[in-house]
Design a protein around this ligand. Sequence first.
Ligand code: HGA
Length: 608
Amino acid sequence: MCGIVAAVAQRNVQEILLEGLRRLEYRGYDSSGMTVLNSGALTRHRALGKVASLAAQLATSALPGTCGIAHTRWATHGKPSEANAHPHHSSNQVAVVHNGIIENYERIKDTLQASGYSFTSETDTEVIAHLLAEKLATGLNLFEATQQIVNGLGGAYALGVMSAAEPSVVVGARQGSPLVVGVGIDEAFLASDPLALLQVTDRFIYLEEGDLVELREHGDIRIVDRQGNAVERPIQTFEHGDGAASKGNYRHYMLKEIFEQPDVISAALEGRLSDSSVLVESFGPDAQALFQSTRQVHIIACGTSYHAGLVARYWLERYAGVPVQVEVASEYRYRHPVVPEGTLFVTLSQSGETADTLAALRFAKTLSYIGSLAICNVPGSSLVRESDMSLMTRAGPEIGVASTKAFTTQLVALMLLTLSVSKAKGQPEQQDIVTALGALPALCQQVLVLDSQIETLSQAFAEKHHALFLGRGAHYPIALEGALKLKEISYIHAEAYPAGELKHGPLALVDSEMPVISVAPNDDLLEKLKSNLQEVRARGGQLFVFADERVGISEQDDVRVLTLPHVHEALAPLLYTLPLQLLSYHVAVLKGTDVDQPRNLAKSVTVE
Ligand code: HGA
């Protein structure tokens, strides 16, 4: 979602802020803007479109100054336009950048308008600028003013604010949207994500919900909690090098991230398996006892993570004998779920800041779960901090908006969970799966070698408007994920069905214009799947099958087959994800879409 970056330094901050915005662009890219304090005046540039448009403005008209705030937007209130772009000002006295949604902004706006404030944007954010101006006019300083107004803001926000009257001060606030403080030498920064600041520091303070922070000259940082008490938050060193956030020799982040999968899957397994067994302690000291008493599992997630949860349902029920419910967070959080005794609550999120998932966790904590587990890629994220247990997926920074390596490492984590629950319950060890996990990175490498064949295959899709994905069993969620990838980055309408469901409706769509993609691992549903594929052929459909080398599906005029190495049945969902990612990628490249930043989407969905 929107990205915030702010700096109080001894040097000109324009380039630091601009580089920060470039690094945050994955969070939102419909417009951007920057305000810098120069000789007691707030000077601002805003531009519609990507950060490059703002950079072009700055190249012709620089914003010099040592204190500034900047923003890249993903609109929630008011269309993408220059007038709606942040920072928002009030009478050139106050500037505000905001990530989140102010739910009660209409009521606040009415009151402010009645007091004579006029609005120049359609955003919810602008009320914050005028509220601050109103408070500053009473003699409060910026920090006190922010402290007073946040209590009246409903919804979620991360804020960066500055005032013309206080030349070297930026105030930040966090409630429901992420915000970190970057600790420099004699300078201090704020950002929505540490990645934005790796060019200037690798030391970060992760603010907690309700925290307010003041950055002043010489790197002075003061934090108070919701109650107004001064608090010390630990400084943490960022583990991944800055190189993790660059494209390297790849044309797109997405392609780089697809090709990183053998390495990150190895990293996700490292230290978590012995020769023949999973190490339950990987989930923390309480895991053994908690898993032992787990009688059901509820998995809550959004988007791609939800698909990982659906795969885990097949795994946990089959290999650990535990019943599982999987649900999207935005539905779960507004239901009245019944929680059977002994239920473990599991959340999945790449960023750990997904607003719906976080709200679902907070809601779940009011119910009678035996404990909560977060499977997440970002240590120190809200989801991790607020859960009883966590397991890091170790995928490293994922920049492409369409998730790839975060998904497969979530699957690895979920298989480790399956094996751990089974082991804690005293069931026989699944040694064959443990061994197969060890061999998985090499198999992934073999699949990635098929890249050029998949690129050739992708030509058959570039002119299509629709596509159907089929899978059975644990591969139905993989078909769902394949369809989601194609939709997200190539804008081709794609749907996924369990193959056995075809005859109950979707078969009506099949003709020569409808490519049908199927994953056919060598599992006990193979013969059933083959019959379903015959149903497609009989209706003139064009089939594209990703098949195990042992299944014996042969290439024909209307059937294109891409052969994958044999893999343990339990791990096939992981392996079969890779060719579907590559297919979507190449179709999108052929269509000329913006692969890493597809239209209307943003990564790390920190608004509801
Ligand atoms: N509501 C604000 C900020 C949106 C946001 O945080 N998106 O992620 C706006 O629409 O400008």
